[in-house]
Ligand binder design. Structure first.
Ligand code: FE2
Length: 199
């Protein structure tokens, strides 16, 4: 049983994907292997990480004055649900126990709190002191499957308008455009994820 899971996990980490999904940062992939993560979880993290990387590429090009810690966003997207290795029932059902558990798991592996925080915060984008990095991980965790979340997007628009001097409506249209483009491949990403077992 363990051998089967490990094989599926390795495949989920190495599968190029259709559309192609970027590989996870090596340190994130290593943590998934160490924690014997379900393959379905690794596939989900591949999808969300790829979308986060697309958002970073777009921001780097169109909003160069926005200061974003790209490495933190990529690591956060690649590990945000790692707590589901401890609460696998939350892979296929609702629940938030994986959030504190994920942060604790990462801290236990020696991950600095600044990088472990995404595991606990990815569903708390409405907190008053949320960072742009946390907003981007939360956004990627919605739009990978084509889900749009107006309040979350508004918070990102606020940051874009502030840093660029754009009118809010212009920043809104720019974000809407890139999210709509990313959402076009939501079905393919859902398909990729569902090819991997939850246990
Ligand atoms: Fe997620």
């Amino acid at each position: 049983m363990i051998v089967v899971t490990a094989t599926a996990l390795h495949r989920a980490l190495a599968d190029p994907g259709t559309p192609p999904l970027r590989p996870l940062p090596p340190e994130a992939a290593e943590l998934l292997l160490r924690s014997n993560a379900p393959a379905r979880l690794a596939a989900h993290l591949r999808a969300v990480h790829d979308v986060a990387a697309q958002l970073l590429d777009w921001l780097g090009q169109d909003y160069p004055d926005l200061v974003v810690d790209d490495r933190a966003v990529r690591f956060g997207a690649a590990t945000h649900d790692i707590g589901k290795t401890r609460h696998p029932e939350e892979l296929s059902g609702p629940g938030s126990r994986h959030e504190p558990a994920g942060r604790e798991l990462l801290i236990g592996y020696g991950v600095p709190p600044a990088l472990a925080r995404f595991a606990a915060s990815h569903a708390r984008w409405d907190s008053p002191d949320v960072t742009i990095e946390e907003l981007l991980v939360s956004l990627a965790d919605k739009v990978w499957k084509g889900r749009r979340e107006a309040e979350l997007e508004n918070r990102v628009v606020d940051r874009l308008a502030t840093v660029s001097g754009q009118q809010r409506w212009a920043a809104f249209l720019a974000l809407d455009d890139v999210l709509a483009r990313i959402a076009e491949e939501a079905d393919a990403r859902l398909d990729f994820q569902s090819r991997y077992p939850v246990d």
